[in-house]
Design a protein around this ligand. Structure first.
Ligand code: M6R
Length: 616
């Protein structure tokens, strides 16, 4: 996730910016940069922009040799979304004349149109980023307004999307203009001057009394103080919040651990992964499609290859690729696929799913599939990662950096991305009408709100269920159809973070073996949401209950009947069955975390596990 920092005051800006960027580096980075206001030899102020690919330390060592005593500047650490990691794509971005610089978090949905219009009016773009449009829009508006704050207000009024933005202008030394919509911006006044950041962690050494800007609010920072305004430029009196977090808490956004923070980020992940993907006429926009519509239309077989949680996202994808696009789809562990001799032809599409984009088995399977002539499509969270580079086309999951070893938000981003791919295939093959595709796309987006409701309303029932599960030695997860895919992921989460043995089974398979495990007190955790196989799942649970199992169900709101067979019910909102994996996964993630905490485990860094598995 990108980080913004800015300072104007009576102290050297560069050290404050570097310190702030270093503090935010834990959120993920691929490059970093600063823009500093300095007085030129002729006495005229100018902006010096220094950017570096890689860690903030690289930028810091470059800045060590930088002698100008600038007291105003902005900085940024980037986690790429538009455009590969490169110096040109690193922030700050500048106007044509180099007198305006901006740093931005968020997404400009209409950047392609804006960029074209600006180019038609003579602006030259130096990067592939969506952010750069801000620099040029502000430049144009500044030409008319002669006022940075008014120019920023005018620029953002033309933008659709999300932004946390800070801008400086060489013609207004000492001023930082700030704007916010759907991306965090925090400002504060310290002893040495005024600060802006996207994360409280970058400010807490300077001040603990901060203002969290609300959407559509603006702020003008000068060494003397901060003025907040609304979108009309009217002064507003923002609420000041006192932050008493320590550094560790601040890094986690106030959550006790990264796993919980990342689970709570999932509504945003759904929204960000979908933003700007469907045009008004129902056409889908994929990051780097890399395949012609004819090539997509020719596809007659899909393999989804992945490992761990990403493999489980593939199990969900199989249902929609076959259900919506009617293309046969197989899901395989990449570690198996690479050593088999799968049937691959030029009309085979291999979809490689990897959060990190660098899992060794997945990469080896991609290479093997390409040699055999398959087209390869990557679903990854990391722009420019090996999976992205070695695939013909890519969808980025927009989960931002995931720190907890157990994947949560990236899983949700993967499912949403795979559903986009399934919709695309269905449209290209005319298996779904534009009307239906639009409706499914809208309902997919609605899951953001539904996840939020689960996060807001289910903690008590999840805690009670976790208390029942935590003392056990083993647990069984069951479900059918989409529910089975989620059961597999639920079991993986539980064993990963709580070290409790857990196994998942398609519920209908219980009587063919696993039911022998059931004895009084044995936990059976079932995905029993309303679906075409709901009644079957209920009968399977009755069989478990009859043998003394403690039954925990994830069920659909309003289902009172389920209480007759379940000891613990976690309700989730009703959704179309194909979208239930997105919502039903959330309580199982929380259940795993709660059980792990009750068992005294470190949920962020489970033993024996690494975040990316780059060896075979
Ligand atoms: O980065 P990848 O998605 O390729 O990683 C695959 C697995 O190693 C990963 O999903 C792992 O299973 C997670 N720790 C699960 O939470």
């Amino acid at each position: 996730m990108c980080g913004i920092i800015g300072f104007t005051g009576r102290s050297q800006a560069k050290d404050i910016l570097v310190e702030g960027l270093t503090r935010m580096e834990y959120r993920g980075y691929d490059s970093a940069g600063v823009a500093l206001e300095v007085a030129g030899a002729d006495g005229e102020a100018r902006l010096d922009v220094i950017r570096r690919v890689g860690k903030v330390a690289g930028l810091a060592s470059e800045l060590e040799g930088y002698k100008d005593e600038s007291t105003c500047g902005i900085g940024h650490t980037r986690w790429a979304t538009h455009g590969r990691p490169s110096t040109a794509n690193a922030h700050p971005h500048t106007s044509c004349d180099g007198r305006i610089a901006v740093v931005h978090n968020g997404i400009v949905e209409n950047f392609a149109e804006l960029r074209e219009e600006l180019q038609d009016r003579g602006h030259e773009f130096k990067s592939d980023t969506d952010t750069e449009v801000f620099a040029h829009l502000i430049e144009e508006a500044y030409g008319c307004e002669g006022d940075l704050m008014a120019a920023v207000r005018e620029a953002v009024s033309q933008v659709a999307g999300a932004y946390g933005l800070a801008a400086v202008c060489a013609d207004e030394p000492g001023t930082i203009a700030v704007a916010r919509k759907d991306s965090p911006i925090i400002i504060g006044m310290g002893e040495m001057g005024a600060y802006v950041a996207s994360d409280v962690i970058a400010l807490i050494d300077a001040t603990r009394d901060v203002v969290v800007l609300a959407d559509d609010q603006f702020a003008k920072l000068t060494p003397e103080g901060i003025e907040c305004t609304d979108s009309e430029g009217r002064a507003i009196q923002p609420e000041v919040t006192h932050v008493d977090w320590d550094l560790d808490m601040a890094e986690k956004g106030g959550y006790p651990d990264f796993m919980l923070k990342e689970i709570h980020e999932q509504p945003r992940v759904v929204r960000d992964t979908l933003v700007g993907r469907m045009s008004a006429n129902g056409e889908l926009d994929i990051d780097e499609l890399g395949l012609s519509l004819q090539e997509l239309n020719d596809i007659d077989r899909v393999y989804v290859i992945a490992c761990g949680t990403s493999y489980h996202a593939g199990l969900v994808a199989k249902n929609v690729i076959e259900g919506w696009a009617r293309i046969p789809c197989e899901v395989e562990a990449a570690s198996e696929f690479r050593y088999r001799d799968p049937i691959i032809t030029p009309s085979t599409l291999v979809v490689a799913v990897s959060q990190s984009g660098e899992t060794a088995d997945t990469l080896a399977a991609i290479r093997d599939a390409r040699i055999k002539g398959a087209k390869v499509f990557g679903i990854t969270n990391v722009v420019g990662s090996p999976v992205a580079r070695e695939s013909d086309g890519v969808i980025y999951t927009k989960a931002n950096k995931e720190i907890a070893v157990a994947s949560t938000k990236s899983f949700i981003g993967q499912i949403v991305s795979l559903m986009l791919l399934a919709l695309l295939l269905a449209q290209v093959k005319y298996r779904l009408s534009t009307k239906t595709a639009r409706m499914l796309f809208r309902e997919l987006g609605d899951t953001a709100e539904q996840i939020q409701r689960i996060l807001d309303e289910s903690s008590d029932s999840i805690h009670e269920a976790a208390e029942a599960v935590a003392p056990a030695h083993s647990a069984l997860f069951v479900g059918r159809g989409m529910g089975a895919a989620i059961a597999y992921e639920g079991a993986l989460k539980l064993k990963e973070v709580s070290y409790l043995h857990a196994e998942a089974y398609a519920a209908g398979e219980m009587k063919h073996g696993p039911i022998a495990l059931i004895e009084p007190g044995f936990p059976v955790i079932a995905v029993a949401t309303k679906s075409p196989t709901y009644d079957k799942v209920v009968s399977n649970l009755m069989e478990c209950r009859a043998r003394g199992a403690v039954v925990v169900t994830v069920a659909t709101e309003g289902d009172e009947e389920i209480k007759k067979i379940a000891d613990h019910v976690i309700y989730i909102p009703q959704v179309r069955d194909c979208f239930s994996p997105i919502t039903a996964s959330v309580p199982l993630q929380l259940l795993a975390r709660e059980a792990a905490l009750l068992r005294g485990c470190d949920v962020d860094q489970p033993r024996n596990l690494a975040k990316s598995v780059t060896v075979e």
